[in-house]
Structures are given as C-alpha cells and as structure tokens.
Design a protein around this ligand. Structure first.
Ligand code: PLP
Length: 426
C-alpha cells in the first residue's frame, strides 16, 4: 500500500528507503518487516515445488538461498542504490569472497593495490593464490599503472574507495574508463562512504561491495556484507561468465552468483541480522551527518596540537586527495581519520589513557573507537610487508561515533597530555 512506482522515483533517498514495499502484503499489516526465522518453506503441491526449485517461480524454499526478511533488506538497498541486483551475505568478507569467486578462475589475475583491508589482502594473496589466481599490485592513483597491469587474463580490477589506514583515493571515473575500454569489470569496496553520500553507479563501478557491519548495521549490532551488481557490464568478454552471458545478458554475474556461488558457499545473511540492518538503514543519513560533522571538528582541533605529528583526513584542504575526494564523496568524506604520534610507544601510551574512546577494532559504531593498526589488523604481517602496505607504527586510527565533540576532544587532550606528548595548543 506504499506510494505508486512513479511517486517512488520522485522521492528523496530517505523517502525511497522508508517506503520500499514488502514483496507481498504482510498478513497482519506489520509496519516493521517481521523476522522470518525459518529454515524452510512449505509448498501446496509437488508441481509448485518443482516450479520453485527449477527457478520458474520465485517462491522461498530454503533460507540458505533466500529469506523474506533478508530479501526485504536487499530490496531496500536496491531502491536506494539503483542496483540491478543486491545480495546480502553474513559479513563483508563473505561479500568479497563470493564476488571474487563468481569471477575468478585458475590462470586469471586481479589488478589491485597493496593498500587493502587486511583480510582482503590475505584472501587475495593466500587463499586465492592456492587456486591459481594471481594478484597484481599497482598504484591505483596512477591510471597508467592500472592500464599497464591489465592483460587478457585480468578478471577484475578491485579497489577500496578510500584506503585504510593510508586514506588514499583513486580517480574512479578514470579507472572505470580504463576498465570499460579493456572490458574488465571494476569491483569497488565502498564500505568507508555509505550510500547516502556516494552512488557507485554514477562512477561507472560495475560491482560494489559493502561491509554492512560498519555504517549500515546501526551501531555494530550485527555482521553483514552486500554485493550490488549494477548490470552495466558486458559479460560476453568474461571467460568464466561467457556462457551465462549468452543466456542472461547483463544479468550474467547475478545469475552465476545467485544460482551457484552463494548457494555453494552458504554464507547468506541471517534474518536477525537483516532485521537489525534494515533498522540501521533508517537512521543512516542522520548518523552519518552527525558523525562526519564531529569528525571534521575533531580533526581541525587535533591539528593544532604540537606532538601530534600529522592528522590525515581527506576533508582537510591541505590533504593530497582533497579535491578528488570532494568531487567523489562531498565535503566531509566519512567519519574515520588517522593521526601520527612520534613513536609506537607514544601511540600505546595514548591508547592506554583513553577513557571515553574505546580501544576496539571496527568502524562506525555509535561509540568512538581507537586502534593502532600496525600492531593489530596488520600485526600478523611481517614488518617488510607492512612497509609495502604503508602501515606505519606511528599511526592511530579513529572511528568517530555519536558522542558530542566536546567530550571526545576532552578525552583526546587528557590522553595526549598524560600519555603521549606535552600538551601545547597553538
Ligand atoms: C570491515 C571491512 C571489511 C570486512 O568486513 P566484515 O564485515 O568485517 O567481514 C572489508 N572491507 C573494508 C573496507 C572494511 O572496513
């Protein structure tokens, strides 16, 4: 009973999000999508069962494959992103592994950068390598290097829109133009900037990956991952999807993913997580606006402190990627920043003195979080590998939550003065 389709198109981001209809009317007119905690679904006849199992009708059969609560979450994401298809998995890593396994085959290569989320790096260089998939590292901020790294065996270019903790930004339109010209799909992990501030389709991204554990979960309530296929790639040129492309055209990737890979890997999102993440979506814009505003204020204050060697946030005009970041992600590019102290020891002392900011991994919880990436997320890599990834021992990463700016700044100042450096404010 929601707005008609034509009205839907005119609605703003939150309007679309909140007024996405259920696929079928709820039996009790529930205003929140119920959590369908059921592994399997009953059929009225053997014929109906046959038609569902052979894909002729879209009924639910088994919750590893699809589930009404999860599908509703996917439908909402589809409405706000304009994706051709959305698949919800049970973590960001499940989304990355499902997407890559849909495309990659032994003998192919993936072109990417060394500036990757730790587990993505390990998935490419350890897990995929054992199946004969090569990872080619290049500098994604240099379109020429990307162009040179691609060859006839390249099955995807993979990038993160703002790398972490390096905070590097690639020119998405330039990279996607190269990918289009070379007929290679562009996969982007956009976890760091949520849907309300960034639309992947506008930048020519073919497959978008999001760890919905972060902004979307609504405060670290649950793990989740999303794969958005924008239906904007010609899969006829893909060795692995060529056959699917003949049958499904622009839907070849989604067909391979939904009919084979995701069923076989068995990492579909749970209905409980989908319920919480649907609620999380409803407050996404509000939370993002508050957290990014606080982040920007905090960054400006920290810059004035002697002893804080450098503050890295793409929203600062002196930042190397400022202009590009502004074009792609707007004035306040996310609620995460890093800063350097004089040594690893100073970082540890600072961390140990924090009272309000939590010592924890994760991003975009409602609480602010601090982590020393080199000794934790990247702690199992050798110092040499960490160097090639530009993860410094002197860097602290902050994810800004929903606390008031004054409370956070006071905590930073006391932790800096007690732990890390003599407190001199310019
Ligand atoms: C957290 C994160 C992931 C992995 O997501 P999980 O939900 O923890 O599996 C992947 N990419 C980026 C950029 C992330 O921040």
């Amino acid at each position: 009973m929601g707005p008609s389709q034509s009205n839907m198109d005119e609605l703003s981001f939150n309007g679309k999000l909140l007024h996405t209809d259920y696929a079928k009317p709820d039996a009790y007119n529930a205003l929140s999508m119920p959590v369908y905690n059921s592994a399997a679904y009953e059929f009225e006849s053997a014929e109906q069962m046959e038609s569902a199992f052979t894909g002729k009708t879209p009924e639910f059969a088994y919750s590893r494959i699809s589930n009404p609560t999860v599908q509703y979450f996917e439908d909402r994401v589809k409405t706000i992103t304009g994706a051709y298809s959305v698949t919800a998995l049970n973590s960001g890593m499940a989304a990355i592994s499902n997407a890559i396994i849909t495309l990659a085959h032994s003998g192919c290569n993936i072109v990417t950068s060394r500036h990757l989320f730790g587990n993505t790096y390990s998935f490419f260089t350890a897990t995929m390598a054992t199946f004969g998939v090569e990872t080619r590292f290049c500098d994604l901020t240099s379109p020429d290097q990307v162009d040179a790294a691609i060859d006839k065996n390249t099955c995807a270019v993979f990038l993160e829109i703002i790398t972490n903790p390096q905070m590097e930004v690639a020119d998405l339109k330039k990279i996607s133009a190269i990918c289009t010209q070379k007929n290679v799909p562009l996969i982007a992990d956009t976890t760091i900037i949520p849907f309300c501030a960034f639309n992947a389709k506008d930048f020519g991204i073919n497959i978008e990956i999001v760890s919905s554990t972060k902004y979307i979960s609504g405060g670290a309530t649950s793990l989740g991952g999303l794969i958005m296929d924008y239906g904007n790639f010609n899969w006829m040129s893909s060795p692995k999807l060529h056959g699917m492309a003949k049958e499904f055209g622009e839907g070849a990737f989604t067909a391979k993913l939904r009919k084979e890979i995701h069923r076989n890997l068995g990492a579909y999102m749970t209905p409980q997580a989908a319920y919480m993440q649907t609620l999380g979506l409803e407050t996404l814009t509000l939370r993002y606006e508050k957290a990014t505003k606080t982040c920007f204020e905090l960054v400006k204050s920290l810059k004035k402190i002697h002893g804080v060697a450098s503050v890295n946030y793409n929203g600062l005009p002196e930042n190397k990627y400022y202009e590009l970041s502004k074009t792609q992600f707007g004035d306040r590019p996310g609620a995460m920043f890093t800063f350097d102290l004089t040594s690893r020891e100073a970082c540890f002392r600072f961390m140990n003195k924090l009272n309000i900011v939590k010592r924890a991994t994760n991003l975009f919880d409602n609480k602010s979080l601090a982590i020393h990436p080199a000794s934790t997320i990247f702690g199992n890599f050798t110092p040499e590998v960490r160097n090639t990834m530009h993860v410094s021992d002197k860097t602290i990463r902050i994810s800004v939550g929903l606390e008031e700016m004054e409370d956070l700044l006071a905590d930073f100042l006391q932790a800096l003065s007690k732990g890390a450096c003599p407190l001199v404010i310019n």
